[in-house]
Ligand binder design. Structure first.
Ligand code: FES
Length: 156
């Protein structure tokens, strides 16, 4: 990670106001902001670790935990809720063995509960990575997840 960080930081040397772009670049490259990267970034910027941490926690776009290979977002907005969104979430939690906000032990899935995904006509909806799956029943959701489960684990 040390090497990757140095590569990420190098182009920003001598520039001002780069805290957010640097944090974005680190997250884009590593998938999250590892705790141990923050002192390095602070050191590079010549500010305290708390300052960097403060910026990173202020913006919802930054996450401090590694996400699974696939991110499942299950809508709990009104349209989805009235069409069985809660049951869908429950089914998915049981199917992958992780609760909303968690990542499965094998690192395959991260499950998130979200508000309206903007596809209400397809309620109830889940999005896996960028693929929208709508009008889901428990059986259909299991079918979708089975495909992701079957694929070989990505190399680290
Ligand atoms: S409420 Fe679920 S997509 Fe809008």
């Amino acid at each position: 990670m040390q090497e990757q960080l140095s590569e990420i930081l190098a182009p920003y040397r001598g520039q001002k106001g780069t805290t957010i772009p640097i944090l974005q670049k680190v997250q884009e490259t590593l998938g999250y902001l590892p705790e141990e990267a923050l002192p390095e970034i602070a050191n590079f910027l010549g500010v305290s670790k708390n300052e960097v941490y403060g910026v990173a926690t202020f913006y919802a776009q930054f996450r401090f935990e590694k996400q699974g290979e696939h991110v499942i977002r299950v809508c709990q907005g009104t349209a989805c809720h009235v069409r069985g969104g809660a049951l869908l979430l429950d089914t998915i939690e049981r199917e992958i063995g992780a609760k909303a906000g968690e990542t499965t032990e094998d690192g395959k899935f991260t499950l998130e509960r979200v508000a309206c995904l903007g596809s209400c006509a397809l309620a109830p909806v889940m999005v896996v990575d960028k693929a929208v799956h709508g009008k889901l029943t428990a059986a259909k959701a299991r079918e979708v997840l089975a495909k992701y489960k079957q694929e070989p684990k990505a190399e680290e």
